[in-house]
Design a protein around this ligand. Structure first.
Ligand code: SF4
Length: 360
């Protein structure tokens, strides 16, 4: 018997330009290559997708890097699997989003937008090789609102070179003025294969990073956002349902280059190489069968990332365990509390330290 998978992720591996901090699986957009990729994705979808998904998330890369015709073609492929979708998200970049693409998203019932904003400081945006200004962000959000989009998330970066607390405060003011339903935070990490990594750019020191994290937390919660996951904030009822499925350790299917899947005890990642993806859909960069101990720990680790924590009874049922006994040391950590049958970490900022006590 196969279990129904409720969550689908599809990776669009193209960007119009490459941000200096990024090492995702992507290429600079090329129309012909994107057409070829679409053909392969169609094959993968018809082979792998069998369910009516509750959440679909199209990420990247930059989905808006595709032309309008290509966007429509891609979304047509997903239509048979989206008739009962509750949350259907697409990531957008203000630089390549326009009325025509917004119309196509509406036609295919996309109901959630995740926009890469990063900063409201145009000089910082330029230093990251972002090709938009904050005015573009405001214009595109207004365009989305005019077209009836009621659920918009924005990405915000901190700990950036050249960013101090004053610049960060101004960015928070500007982000709050957008009145978004959801905000995701990213602190800059210097990836070896990114342009910053190759240039030897250094991240800000840990104390400044922690100070910025705390400043954002204080200001967003004061503005009414719920800090529901380590790096995510939402207005009430606007938490990302798709991302909650990852944190609740549910199964999900990933389609396209570099996409990860978790199905039962198997976790695998499609190849990040275009050439290998075009040659063989079974080519994986990682393909693991997780042991019961590994799954238990991952389940715990992911669930503790949110303020809703882990359902102890459900965990015990799934794994045939007594969680409180097996992870006695972790449960005794002062940052852990048990409330209504759930195991919760009270201080998400120190979660990584808390988890050390859960390691067997
Ligand atoms: S951050 Fe986003 S837009 Fe920039 S290069 Fe990476 S995937 Fe592309």
């Amino acid at each position: 018997m196969t279990t129904r998978i409720k969550h689908l992720y599809l990776h669009v591996p193209f960007c119009r330009s490459i941000c200096y901090y990024c090492d995702f699986a992507h290429r600079v957009f090329d129309r012909k290559l994107a057409d070829r990729w679409l053909g392969r994705v169609e094959e993968e979808i018809s082979r792998e997708c069998h369910d009516d998904y509750e959440t679909i998330y199209i990420g990247g890369g930059t989905p808006t890097a595709l032309s309008s015709v290509q966007s429509d073609t891609l979304l047509n492929m997903l239509d048979p699997f989206s008739s009962n979708v509750i949350e259907y998200t697409i990531e957008v970049n203000p630089e390549s989003l326009d009325e025509e693409k917004i119309g196509i998203y509406k036609k295919h019932h996309i109901n959630r937008i995740s926009m890469g904003i990063q900063s409201s400081d145009d000089e910082i945006l330029r230093s990251l090789n972002r090709k938009h200004t904050f005015q573009d962000v405001k214009d595109k959000i207004a365009m989305l609102r005019d077209n009836g989009f009621e659920n918009i998330s924005g990405d915000l970066m901190y700990s950036l070179p050249g960013q101090d607390l004053e610049i960060l405060d101004k960015t928070i003011d500007d982000i709050l003025s957008l009145d978004l339903e959801h905000i995701s935070l990213y602190s800059l990490t210097i990836e070896e294969n990114s342009v910053f990594g190759k240039k030897g750019v250094k991240a800000l020191d840990e104390d400044t990073e922690a100070e910025m994290y705390e400043r954002i937390e204080k200001r967003l919660t004061a503005a009414g956002y719920i800090h529901y996951e380590v790096s995510n904030y939402a207005k009430k009822g606007r938490e990302s349902k798709h991302n909650l499925s990852y944190w609740n350790y549910e199964d999900f299917l990933g389609i396209s280059i570099g996409a990860a899947s978790k199905i039962g005890d198997r976790r695998y990642t499609n190849t990040r190489s275009f050439e290998r993806y075009f040659k063989d859909l079974d080519d994986k960069d990682e393909d693991l069968v997780l042991s019961k101990d590994d799954r238990e720990f991952e389940h715990l680790m992911m669930s503790l990332r949110t303020i809703y924590g882990l359902d102890i009874g459900e965990f015990n049922r799934i794994y045939g365990e007594d969680l409180l006994k097996k992870y006695e040391k972790g449960v005794r950590n002062p940052a852990i509390r048990i409330e209504n049958g759930r195991l919760i970490c009270k201080d998400l900022e120190i979660l990584n330290h808390v988890l050390l006590d859960f390691m067997l």
